[in-house]
Design a binder for this molecule. Structure first.
Ligand SMILES: Cc1ncc(COP(=O)(O)O)c(C=O)c1O
Length: 457
């Protein structure tokens, strides 16, 4: 594939005011000659083929502007899949990492450390939660949440048994209810819980007691949740599954069913957290008329580290006490490097001006995508909230989201999919107006190409 490079060498602006523009790779760093293996070929020859990376080799980036090894510049509307909350190489994050890296490196959980203490105190002060368990990814945060929910049910059951050593086979309250189309990570428990069965096919028997219901189907949820349910787990916006915003009535019903059956409500906020959809966490305004829907556990990752790996499982004290010493753990969870960066993320995203600008960019992108849809007929609906947006392909174009991603790349824009029928944008919250406009321009050209029409946008 040959990439258009007429925007190569264009002035590269930064995604945040006080950073320097990315400098392209030196000649010797770039992909050398035409007959040298491509990045995709090198990947296939040296890494397991779980991914099919796009045919460019990113080299350097600042904010939402990325340059590949051939010198071609792109607007990044992927944000590393909802991770780079503040774009690439934000000075506050790089500064925090550098400072911490020069002070105290890795410790393990034989010790605690000041950045982790601060981060936990800030997360609990600003959410429903009283306790945090730190890990390194979204899957691990969800794995911990699901284990915690089952352990909580177990502890409560054990406390009611007449003997000190009850028969574990009598314990039945381990049910997990999740959504079809949901995604919670790739550990065995989380692929078993996620709604996409292809991700768990071929790995042998999955953990027992997990059921799935369609998003927003209150009757199905009511039938699925019962006395043997330990937890219901939901993404407030089903992201990978197609950017499906859960109805406030559905979330309120989930809360009420959990209360009725003494089950826990877990919100997977790995993608929606850290102001990506407006509030710090989506649960805070996910109910009717923007009211909060109280969870028992939420999980956070991706944007929490702004690009540095971290995961967090947040719970009320009542629930958290079921993770007694030794019941769960992680070598790297709560390490000072990740926690320092996450503290810098919180410092930066708590700025109301940044949040207001992100809301404006969201409107700009949504309107732009709707205009593209109207002009080309490629998209039939734009959905999602804040900087988690999906453009659903019209019936005639279903299945072409990958093709659209490649066309967008040709026009200098990095975009994502949410399944085969939805184009997904999860840009940095500090995307500038000009960057958003430039991104939309590239998307419009790609859409016109795909739809077989031309458009002036
Ligand atoms: C909602 C949700 N939960 C969990 C995960 C898994 O996160 P990670 O890839 O960091 O394990 C993802 C990743 O895309 C996600 O979108």
């Amino acid at each position: 594939m040959t990439l258009r490079s007429d925007h190569a060498g264009s002035t590269v602006t930064s995604g945040h005011a006080d950073s320097t523009p990315p400098v392209r790779a030196s000649e010797s760093d770039r992909s050398p000659t035409a007959d040298a293996p491509s990045p995709s070929e090198r990947f296939a020859a040296s890494q397991m083929s779980t991914y099919g990376p796009l045919p460019i080799l990113p080299d350097i980036a600042t904010g939402s502007r990325l340059v590949d090894t051939s010198g071609t510049s792109y607007i990044d509307l992927t944000g590393g899949i909802a991770v780079n909350l503040l774009g690439h190489c934000h000075p506050a994050l790089v500064g925090a990492l550098t400072e911490q890296g020069n002070r105290l490196w890795h410790l393990s959980n034989v010790f605690t450390n000041e950045p982790a203490l601060q981060l936990a105190e800030r997360l609990t002060a600003n959410t429903f939660a009283d306790r945090v368990f730190f890990s390194n990814s979204g899957a691990e945060a969800n794995e911990a949440a699901l284990k915690l929910a089952r352990r909580h049910a177990w502890n409560r059951w054990v406390a009611t048994q007449p003997t000190d050593e009850p028969d574990p086979s009598d314990f039945t309250k381990y049910g997990i209810v999740s959504l079809e189309l949901s995604f919670h990570g790739r550990t065995f428990f989380t692929v078993s819980t996620g709604g996409n069965s292809t991700y768990r096919t071929g790995f042998g028997p999955t953990p027992a007691g997990i059921g799935h219901v369609p998003p927003n189907d209150i009757d199905a949820l009511t039938n699925a949740v019962g006395p043997d349910t330990a937890a219901v787990i939901l993404e407030p916006i089903v992201a990978e599954g197609g950017i499906i915003t859960l109805d406030p009535n559905f979330l309120v019903a989930a809360r009420s069913l959990c209360d009725t059956h003494d089950a826990l409500l877990i919100f997977d906020e790995v993608q929606t957290g850290l102001h990506r959809t407006g509030p710090l966490y989506a649960y805070m305004t996910a109910g009717q008329n923007g009211a909060s829907v109280r969870p028992d556990i939420i999980t956070s990752a991706k944007g929490l580290g702004g690009g540095f790996p971290i995961g967090a499982t947040l719970a009320s004290a009542r629930v958290a006490e079921s993770f007694e010493r030794g019941t769960h753990g992680s070598t790297f969870g709560g390490n000072p490097l990740a926690c320092s960066v996450a503290n810098a993320v919180l410092d930066t995203v708590s700025d109301p001006a940044l949040q207001a600008a992100a809301a404006e960019r969201s409107d700009q992108l949504r309107t732009g995508l709707e205009t593209i849809g109207n002009k080309t007929g490629l998209f039939e609906e734009v959905r999602g909230r804040g900087m988690l947006l999906g453009a659903a392909l019209a019936k005639a174009h279903r299945g072409r989201a990958k093709e659209f991603q490649l066309a967008a790349l040709e026009h200098g824009v990095l975009a994502l999919l949410a399944g085969p029928d939805v184009t997904r944008l999860t840009p940095a919250l500090n995307l500038t107006e000009d960057e958003a406009a430039e991104g939309l321009d590239g998307l419009a050209k790609a859409a016109a190409e795909l739809a077989g029409k031309t458009t002036s946008q």
